[in-house]
Design a protein. Structure first.
Length: 144
């Protein structure tokens, strides 16, 4: 059996929500144990299934945002852990987890130019969810 994460972000989400990359780390390290992806709904809720039970620091990031980290989260077999990650802080267009002049340069370069996805540049920076199942929805699941 496995555990489940039911998470929430608060932010000015685009209609229909946003895609998140969710990473599970050994507590107090940068050692990634698992990685998953999931779309949020329009209210910012998302679910990840298939989590190996244990205690992790859980980080989330969407395209163009800084990471949010919830530390020492315990996942138990057959149960759902609820985490509110708070507001997503935008501005990290080069995906280095800092907002600097480089990000501003990317924004100026792509100002008023529609991107391939969601109408803004930078979506190519986020690891994409694997091919959606029939019905076109990318459900939350562990991908590595």
């Amino acid at each position: 059996m496995s555990a489940t994460l039911h998470g929430h972000i608060s932010s000015n989400l685009p209609p229909g929500g946003t895609n998140l990359v969710v990473r599970f780390f050994t507590p107090n390290t940068q050692t990634e144990v698992m990685k998953a992806c999931s779309p949020t709904d329009a209210s910012g809720y998302f679910t990840i299934y298939g989590i190996t039970p244990g205690t992790y620091d859980v980080g989330i990031k969407n395209d163009g945002s800084l990471s949010n980290l919830a530390q020492d989260q315990t996942f138990t077999e057959g149960n759902t852990t609820e985490i509110d990650f708070g507001a997503i802080r935008m501005g990290d267009l080069n995906n280095d987890d800092y907002v600097t002049g480089v990000d501003r340069g990317i924004m100026y370069l792509w100002w008023n130019v529609g991107g391939d996805c969601y109408g803004y540049a930078g979506n190519w920076l986020i690891p994409q969810c694997p091919s959606p199942p029939p019905g076109g929805v990318c459900y939350g699941y562990v991908i590595s």
